[in-house]
Structure formats: structure tokens, C-alpha cells
Design a protein around this ligand. Structure first.
Ligand code: ARG
Length: 465
């Protein structure tokens, strides 16, 4: 096939085709306008393949030299923005190969020996995704560090803890934030784990059946930093489970971001008034002059739907495909690219936003006081005086009912009134009924006592480096 032929898609395949593609079909089948993003991985993969072809005596040293030169030229053209991407050449792979052949002649045409675009594209996507996973890992650490810093400053800050969005028990605001650090730490673990399965080399699977050339796949894997070689050619070219797995982990990560977003939005609303987000993460209203809206967390909550949508798209893409490669797989790229972009932007912006949160401890404490958050503490107090827990629960329910009717907190009931519920109640009950007493009492591994929160902060700091 001459350079000219490869330039014209209508003739690029073989003499078998008797009519050219229509413009619509060309546009429909082409992927170059999105998969050109894989260019660096494509060049990297091709160079590793060519180096191995040369080492195996399948191409000459002169060809290998020419391919390196040509690829260096192509790299600088792409970086400079002067590379001419052609729709006629369908995808990133054919565009780069055609330009290589234009630049170095026959050596360029020998590059594709023992290779198919099927194993080439699978290799490119894996290489590219591996790099993105590593960047996401760094961003996840930054976000966790930002949250740990705020938690550290708020190990003593009292927040009403909720269940069913009803005031339940007081918790330290720092403890609450560290719950998200735990979630993001697991997200990071998932990324590290799935990276192992992304990091396997399909190249050498060729179109689907392997190849008759004596390729050294282990050598290519070493050159490209892959941990293993795909052991079945049909599987190597066709499965995209690694992309699905990544998008599933990304979806879960976004769900965690979305839960945090929902809380930030609630906390910033007038009814809660627990925090303020820095102005640069908010917008105003064109009609209501008093408004400051938490746009960034709202968008993050919305973008979670978009990433979960990509997961649905990718998993559905796979489900009906017979072995081995099918063109369906070309549809894996846009959802994957968008997932990565959305995730990286979101993580960056959240790390910045977390660092700029203004905490309003008085408002948090006031809200905690309103909801009889220490009722469980009173019950526990009675248990320690010998009452069975279920009876203590019942006694306290009566006390809360009376306190509600009187419009006061449990801690505002006088001792002689409290004694009417149970004579074992003494003066020391007031320490138990205080929010701070309640917080300090939960001094157990994983509990909300400030001492525990500080210990967790220290553990996270060591872990995150
Ligand atoms: N652009 C294609 C993709 O993204 C490359 C592989 C095409 N292979 C083929 N036999 N048509 O999947």
C-alpha cells in the first residue's frame, strides 16, 4: 500500500472495496477527533513494538533508526499543533502511521508487522489510563490532606450528628470530616488495586489469534512498564473490563463527593448556617441580590450522575459483544475520557474548596443543643446506676417529652425535677448532659471524642505523608 493509498480511506484497506465511503459514514465511523488524545501512548507503544521487532531481527537497525526519527518529528508536530489530523484516516493510529510512512518511507510501513489496530488500541488505552490513575492518586491524597487539616482544627468543634436528618448525638466536626477521609482512602485503595489489572499488555494478540512472527511480548511489556502480558489473545483485544472497573471506582468516588456536596449545601443554607464557602466557589443571582449559591458542590453532585451514566454506558457497551474485537469498542473512549476529566477537575476543586471552608462553631453548637442530643447519655448514665437499658430508654423518653413541653433542654431541668424520673439521678448528671461531656465520653477507637479525633488525624498524616 503506498502512502497515497493510506491517505485515501477509500483505498486504505485493499483492492476489495469497489466504492468509497460516503461522507456521513466516514464521519460516523471515524474516531480521530476524540482518540487523537491517545497520541502520546500510541507513539510510546509503537516505539516499544519497533524496538522489539528490531531486537528480534524482524526489521533492520536502519528501519528502527528511521522509525525513531520519524516518531520524534511527529511528536514535535503534534506538540506544536502543526500535525494535520485527517478524518479520512479514521483514527489516531492510522493518522500517525500514515505520517510516519510519509516521513520515513518503507520503515514506516514495516512498523505494523505482527500488530493489528485491535491490540494497538487496547494497549494505548491501557497505557493512557494507567497514567491518569496515577494522577488521580496524587489528587486524592491532596484532597484527603485538605480535609485532615480542617478536621485537625475542629477536633473539639461540636456538630449535631444526624440520623434520618434528625439531631441524634453530638459529634466533633473533625470526626465528621474524617468520615469522608476514610471514604476517599478506600477510593484510593480501589484505584491502586484496579491499576494492576489495567497494567497488562495486549500487544502481541494481533487481530485476535496472536501472530506467526516470533514477537517478544515480555520485552515490550518491560519497555512499557506493564506488570504482565495478557495471556489470551482473544481476551486481550476484546475485553474492556479494565475501563469498566475504573469507571465503577470513579462512580463510587463521585458518590462520596456527592454526599459531601449535599452536606456542604445544607450546612451553608440559612436554616443550618454551619459553614461558609469562599466566595470564589459560589455565584450570585441575577435577580435576588442577597443570594450566594454553592454552585461548585451542586455541580459536583450533578456531575456524579454524568460519571455514573458513563459506567452504565460502558458496561452496556460490552454486554452483547461476541469475541473478539468489535467496532463497538471504539465507543469506550469518550465516556472514559470524560470520566477522567470530570474526576480530576472535581478532586482539584474540592481540595481547594475544603481548605477555604469557614466553620461557624456557635451555630453548630446551638443546633446540637436544640435537638436533645444528649438523651442517650442520660440513658447510659442510668444504666451505669443499675437500670436495664430498655427501662432507662423509657425513663428518658418521658423526661424529653416534658422538656419539649417546657421548651427547655434536658440540662436545664432542675435536679429535683430530674429525680422524679429516677431517684438515682445526682448532681453529676449535668456533666453527662453537656454536649462536651457527651463528646468526651465516646473515647473509644473510632469514636468522636476529641482525643480519638486527634489520634486519627495523626494516623492519617503519617499515612498520607
Ligand atoms: N479506532 C478503533 C477503536 O477505537 C481502532 C481499532 C479498529 N480496529 C478495526 N479492526 N477496525 O477501537
Amino acid at each position: 500500500m503506498s502512502t497515497n493509498q493510506l491517505d485515501k480511506k477509500s483505498q486504505a484497506w485493499s483492492a476489495l472495496f469497489s466504492e468509497p465511503m460516503s461522507e456521513l459514514v466516514k464521519r460516523y465511523t471515524a474516531s480521530v477527533f476524540f482518540d487523537k488524545r491517545l497520541w502520546a501512548a500510541d507513539i510510546q507503544g509503537s516505539l516499544a513494538h519497533a524496538e522489539m521487532l528490531q531486537a528480534q531481527g524482524l526489521i533492520s537497525a536502519a528501519d528502527w533508526e528511521a522509525i525513531q526519527k520519524g516518531m520524534a518529528q511527529i511528536r514535535s508536530e503534534i506538540e506544536a499543533g502543526t500535525f494535520e489530523w485527517k478524518l479520512d484516516l479514521e483514527d489516531v493510529h492510522l493518522n500517525i502511521e500514515a505520517r510516519l510512512t510519509q516521513l520515513v518511507g518503507d520503515a514506516g510501513k514495516r512498523l505494523h508487522t505482527g500488530r493489528s489496530r485491535n491490540d494497538q488500541v487496547a494497549t494505548d488505552v491501557r497505557l493512557w489510563l494507567r497514567g491518569e490513575i496515577d494522577e488521580i492518586g496524587v489528587l486524592l491524597i491532596e484532597l484527603q490532606k485538605a480535609l485532615v487539616d480542617v478536621a485537625d482544627k475542629n477536633a473539639d468543634t461540636i456538630l449535631p450528628g444526624f440520623t434520618h436528618l434528625q439531631v441524634a448525638q453530638p459529634v466533633a466536626f473533625g470526626h465528621h470530616l474524617l468520615a469522608y477521609v476514610e471514604m476517599f482512602a478506600r477510593d484510593a485503595e480501589r484505584m491502586i488495586d484496579l491499576r494492576k489489572r489495567v497494567n497488562r499488555l495486549p500487544l502481541g494478540s494481533a487481530a485476535l489469534a496472536g501472530t506467526s512472527y516470533p514477537l517478544d511480548r515480555e520485552r515490550v511489556a518491560r519497555t512499557l512498564g506493564f506488570e504482565a502480558v495478557c495471556q489470551n489473545s482473544l481476551d486481550g483485544v476484546s475485553d474492556r473490563d479494565f475501563a469498566i472497573e475504573f469507571t465503577a471506582a470513579a462512580s463510587l468516588l463521585m458518590v462520596h463527593v456527592s454526599r459531601l456536596s449535599e452536606e456542604l449545601i445544607l450546612w451553608m443554607s440559612q436554616s443550618f448556617g454551619f459553614i461558609d464557602l469562599a466566595d470564589r466557589f459560589c455565584t450570585g443571582s441575577s435577580i435576588m441580590p442577597q443570594k450566594k449559591n454553592p454552585d461548585v458542590p451542586e455541580l459536583a453532585r450533578g456531575k456524579t450522575g454524568r460519571v455514573v451514566g458513563h459506567l452504565m454506558g460502558l458496561i452496556t457497551l460490552m454486554k452483547g459483544q461476541p469475541l473478539a474485537y468489535n467496532k463497538d469498542n471504539q465507543e469506550d473512549k469518550e465516556p472514559l475520557f470524560d470520566t477522567v476529566d470530570t474526576l480530576k477537575d472535581t478532586l482539584r476543586i474540592f481540595a481547594e474548596m475544603a481548605a477555604g471552608i469557614t466553620v461557624k462553631p456557635e451555630a453548630m453548637e446551638r443546633a446540637a443543643k436544640k435537638g436533645y442530643a444528649t438523651a442517650t447519655d442520660l440513658a447510659d448514665y442510668l444504666v451505669k446506676k443499675g437500670l436495664p437499658f430498655r427501662d432507662a430508654h423509657e425513663v428518658v423518653a418521658h423526661a424529653v417529652k416534658d422538656a419539649i413541653a417546657a421548651g427547655v433542654d434536658l440540662s436545664e431541668l432542675p435536679l429535683d425535677k430530674l429525680k422524679t424520673y429516677n431517684p438515682a439521678i445526682e448532681q453529676d448528671v449535668y456533666e453527662v448532659l453537656s454536649l462536651r461531656g457527651s463528646l468526651n465520653a465516646r473515647n473509644i477507637l473510632g469514636g468522636t471524642a476529641p482525643e480519638q479525633v486527634r489520634a486519627q488525624v495523626a494516623r492519617h498524616r503519617t499515612r498520607l505523608g
